[in-house]
Design a protein around this ligand. Structure first.
Ligand code: DHB
Ligand code: FE
Length: 280
């Protein structure tokens, strides 16, 4: 059976792509952010995943406002990155694992999640940049991937409770896959941020840190909040923390906190990073 080795959760911000392209990792603005990653590289070298299941939200590259699935799973042989208008360089395509994709799709539909299945799928900065941060030195991402996309850009959004249930079912699906392969679950988005409106620039450090801690000791804590409450607490784009919640829910049993980093701001965002290892 496949083994879930753990989870990595991180913010995604298009400006990170420009910082990577410009080799700005040691620049004083970027250093506290990029310095969070070497311990993650060490952990990846130790746990050696074969496949990354990436829980992220598309921002209008593959799905636009006219057609917006609540939950979508990729089932393509390969996923292309493309220009999404932020002026960041595009990255080489990502290999899929169609066997795991279809296993996950079958299991989730069996458990009454009505998914959109994507045999072609473009992936945006929320998918490409975290993978580049995790494997910075390889020209192409060295693990196969399965994209799992959750709508956080157009209302109505799935609730925190629903995203937790999706994550749990996703983890069960991965763990029931009959393949001797190691899987890391990666969740990208958040933490608190708001890009426009009266509260543009809003961050909530107290909430972010409480949320990060809850994933270790009380993973369902955030499910008590409605979407509106999460927007109030974390900003209109802060709801992307639902990706962290689904990722934690996919990890079976208790987890051990391997590493965290938290830095304000990266662009308009409170940037968080966390590595959770499955206890068993
Ligand atoms: C920013 C943050 C995001 O999550 C995103 O998708 C785009 C931009 C930002 O802070 O600039
Ligand atoms: Fe985003």
């Amino acid at each position: 059976m496949a083994k879930i080795v753990g989870g990595i959760t991180t913010s995604h911000v298009p400006a990170i792509g420009r910082a990577i392209a410009g080799n700005l990792q040691q620049d004083p603005y970027w250093k506290p952010f990029f310095d969070g990653f070497p311990p993650v590289h060490d952990w990846l070298a130790k746990v050696k995943p074969d496949i990354a299941v990436v829980v992220y939200n598309d921002h209008g590259l593959n799905f636009f406002l006219d057609k917006m699935p609540t939950f979508a799973v990729g089932a393509a042989p390969e996923y292309q990155n493309a220009d999404e208008g932020w002026g960041i360089p595009t990255l080489p395509p990502y290999a899929g694992n169609q066997a795991l994709s279809w296993h996950v799709i079958n299991e989730l539909v069996e458990k009454e999640f009505d998914l959109t299945t994507c045999q072609e799928m473009l992936v945006d900065h929320a998918f490409s940049l975290p993978l580049k941060l995790l494997w910075p030195n390889e020209e192409r991402c060295p693990v196969q991937t399965v994209p799992v996309c959750i709508n956080t850009v157009q209302y109505p959004l799935p609730s925190a409770k629903r995203c937790f249930k999706l994550g749990k079912a996703l983890g069960e699906a991965i763990a029931s896959w009959d393949a001797d392969l190691r899987v890391v679950v990666i969740g990208t988005g958040g933490l608190s941020h708001q890009l426009d409106g009266k509260r543009a620039g809003f961050v909530n450090k107290d909430f972010d840190l409480a949320f990060m801690e809850s994933l270790i000791h009380d993973p369902e804590w955030a499910t008590k909040y409605s979407t509106e409450e999460l927007v109030e607490l974390t900003g209109t784009q802060g709801v992307e923390l639902l990706m962290w919640l689904a990722t934690r829910a996919a990890l079976p049993g208790k987890v051990r906190k391997v590493h965290t980093n938290y830095h304000i701001p990266i662009s308009n965002t409170a940037a968080g990073l966390m590595v959770m290892e499955c206890a068993d």
